[in-house]
Design a protein around this ligand. Structure first.
Ligand code: C5P
Length: 296
């Protein structure tokens, strides 16, 4: 390879819906949501290197489940950016994905990969795109992709494209998935009530306990419909609660659930115990990125 540019890397953090209220439905069937979202320092890793031809490869624990054809959100993001800048000469790139997040699991893996790859591509190609240009441009790839561009705590409204950044501290967290992939559309179809109460007004969040207190007044309205399709979600929540999580809840349309703990030590202890009891489950102790942290 004769290109001089170094390779670029970026974390594609897991997206966690700390609260998710379904407050309505649009005429086209899409649901209107209000969701408090944070991102974890655990996630996939996307890398980019100059190459003779554009390609995508995957490594990591969930690599074998990732499609590497044109349906992959990273390649779709590549093509979307390329078509938005038709007059620019855009060099081919080798894109690599370290797939650490389970697939179809409610923590935005594919969306976060697409957002991270777009940021790297925009940088590599020298496109003059800010975060706020990139987020709406990527909306056609999925309702969760715009929020993954900034990857800092926010409230998402509408179908997920209206973003309001909020102050949140770092939250010690355990992610648990029972090893059952769950597609989003059937979960929305199983949802009975679509006009639920909106999120309560935000308070000032200084400590983890402040966040847990506010979250206990909120819900994930998709949790019951998802658990009706994958009952193991209830087992995951019961395990997190038996390990004294301050709050235990499902993220997105599932099946991954999270527990928030008062300290990293408690989170690590809970993760170790749950992983020992359920060797086939995906379990990760991590913490969320606070509002003032930069995605590594
Ligand atoms: O946009 P995304 O690809 O994540 O959505 C997948 C599916 O989830 C949509 O086709 C739709 O059935 C459902 N969905 C919804 N309301 C949303 C987001 C997703 O009904 N706000």
């Amino acid at each position: 390879m004769t290109h001089g540019s170094p390779s670029l890397h970026r974390l594609a953090p897991a997206k966690v819906n700390l609260a998710l209220h379904v407050v309505g439905q649009r005429a086209d069937g899409y649901h209107l949501l209000e969701s408090l979202v944070a991102f974890t320092r655990f996630g996939d890793r996307v890398s980019l290197m100059p190459a003779e031809a554009t390609s995508l490869s995957a490594t990591g624990p969930f690599a074998s489940e990732v499609p590497l054809d044109s349906s992959n959100l990273i390649l779709r993001a590549h093509d979307l950016l390329a078509s938005a800048f038709p007059s620019q000469k855009l060099e081919p790139v080798l894109l690599s994905l370290e797939k650490n997040l389970p697939i179809a699991s409610g923590i935005g893996g594919g969306s976060s990969d697409a957002a991270a790859a777009s940021i790297l591509l925009a940088r590599h190609w020298g496109l003059q795109l800010t975060e706020s240009d990139l987020a709406p441009l990527l909306l056609p790839l999925g309702a969760d992709v715009p929020m993954c561009v900034a990857a800092r705590p926010l409230i998402a409204r509408g179908t997920g494209e209206e973003l309001e950044y909020v102050r949140l501290p770092r939250l010690p967290m355990v992610l648990v998935n029972p090893g059952v992939p769950l597609a989003t559309p059937p979960v929305f179809r199983a949802l009975q009530k679509k006009d639920n109460a909106p999120l309560p007004p935000l308070s000032a969040f200084i400590t983890t306990a402040d966040v847990i207190g506010w979250l206990s007044e909120t819900r994930n309205d998709l949790e019951a419909p998802a658990a009706s399709l994958v009952p193991a979600i209830n087992d995951v929540l019961a395990e997190l609660r038996s390990e004294s999580a301050g709050i235990a809840r499902m993220s997105g349309s599932g099946a991954t659930c999270f527990g928030i703990f008062l300290s990293d030590e408690e989170a690590e202890r809970a993760a170790t115990t749950i992983a020992e009891r359920h060797p086939s489950w995906f379990v990760a102790a991590t913490s969320t990125l606070a509002s003032d942290e930069i995605v590594p």
